[in-house]
Design a protein around this ligand. Sequence first.
Ligand SMILES: Cc1ncc(C[n+]2csc(CCOP(=O)(O)OP(=O)(O)O)c2C)c(N)n1
Ligand SMILES: [Mg+2]
Length: 194
Amino acid sequence: MSTYPEDAADQYRCIELVLETTPDAAVISNLGTSSWSLIDIEDRERNFYMNGAMGLTTATALGLAISTDDQVTVLDGDGSLLMSLGVLSTVAERDPSNLTIVVMNNGAFETTGRQPTLSKNVDVGAVAADCSLESWSVGSTEEFADAYAAAVEHDGAALIDLAVEPFTPEDYPSLDYAHSHIKHRFRTAMAGDR
Ligand SMILES: Cc1ncc(C[n+]2csc(CCOP(=O)(O)OP(=O)(O)O)c2C)c(N)n1
Ligand SMILES: [Mg+2]
């Protein structure tokens, strides 16, 4: 059974909005559909694709956010975040103002065949708030645009629990970069203006 509303947000369009709103942000994308969408929209040097590694997207972004002043935006998945939900308490404690977490909550392990996740039982926005993290729960592309702008402006870390329709690009580009290439390209881009 689907757990997302009929009129849930469009994941692809929301990622386009992220790049339009914060064109210079470092974007850390969950493996699978988030990374496939991101690379299809724009294969930027400041994209870090979590190619193969599930459950560590937000933790990786937290480490980055406390080591740079630049905007860091995470495109996590509901399945991935639920694997390591405790990271939200650490994010809230460090509270870096340059960190924005977007949870692409499609209620499914979409990348591996749309098996249901347990996000149907978890109010991710409420969990984040309970960890003392600023959070928004939104369910449409229009609401996302406003929430993302507010989250980036917020003086502290912020999370957006975004209900999205399950989405797998029909003709997504294969993400066949070596892991070392992704790391080196990203690190060079981030260190470039230092
Ligand atoms: C530790 C680990 N467990 C399982 C997998 C297999 N796997 C790859 S993508 C994926 C689903 C990810 O679900 P979610 O984070 O909700 O993202 P979505 O696919 O819905 O965009 C799974 C189970 C993996 N790569 N690593
Ligand atoms: Mg998912």
